[in-house]
Design a protein around this ligand. Structure first.
Ligand SMILES: [Zn+2]
Ligand SMILES: [Zn+2]
Length: 226
């Protein structure tokens, strides 16, 4: 099926809209029509190649949308379901079996280095040459994303997907930094540098609630108090 994707052709290149081909969902996959997507620092660091991912490629890893097609063995989703997408995981290694999917032993090849499914097959192709996809299991800077059902979380029909898209990366990162790492004591004060998706979530997830919090924002590169 032909879809439109924002392709980064080379290091520091622009995001250019192109018509590309997306595959049919395999038995354990979903084809998702993307309606909202966050822009994370990691997308930009791949574009500059500070983070390794093969180019030319389609980035985007905070996608949200509506299920368009469902693989034959997928039971938890139906066409029309609203979903939020996150990274992929193998489901069978010891950390995945223990529910710690973020520590999946296949995390790096599944989400970053390969630019393809784990078996090397492409989710996105184009007639004009090479194209890498499956970025963080999704490559959601496109009208559609082909993802493992393990990457998707169903959400209520009445939610605003534009508000939920950053759950895929920055919200998890910000909340995890406070809840699992900083773990502030009552009466302590947290200073958050940067007021993007991760920074705002750190503000929300202060625990205990008595902890004070200050965020140093940055707008157009000029630090300021928020
Ligand atoms: Zn795993
Ligand atoms: Zn991210």
């Amino acid at each position: 099926m032909k879809v439109t994707a924002a392709v980064v052709g080379s290091k520091d290149g622009p995001f250019q809209l192109e018509e590309v081909e997306i595959g049919e969902p395999r038995a354990d996959e979903l084809l998702v029509k993307i309606t909202a997507v966050g822009m994370c620092h990691t997308d930009l660091s791949v574009r500059s190649q500070a983070t390794p991912f093969p180019l030319p490629g389609v980035l985007g890893h905070e996608g949200a949308g509506v299920v368009d097609q469902v693989g034959a063995q997928v039971r938890d989703f139906r066409a029309g379901d609203k979903v939020v997408l996150s990274f992929d995981s193998c489901g069978s290694c010891p950390p995945c079996q223990a529910g710690q999917v973020v520590y999946c032993q296949q995390w790096i090849p599944l989400n970053l280095l390969g630019g393809s499914r784990l078996d090397g097959s492409a989710t996105l192709t184009r007639a004009s040459g090479d194209l890498h996809g499956h970025f963080f299991g999704q490559s959601s800077f496109a009208t559609h994303a082909l993802v493992s059902a393990r990457s998707a979380v169903k959400v209520d029909d009445d939610v605003d997907l534009s508000q939920l898209a950053p759950l895929g990366c920055s919200v998890q990162t910000g909340a995890g930094a406070v809840l699992n790492v900083a773990r502030p004591e009552p009466g302590s004060t947290i200073v958050v540098f940067g007021a993007g998706g991760a920074g705002h979530r750190r503000r929300r997830e202060r625990r205990p609630p008595e902890a004070g919090i200050r965020t140093r924002g940055d707008r157009h590169g000029q630090p300021g108090r928020r």
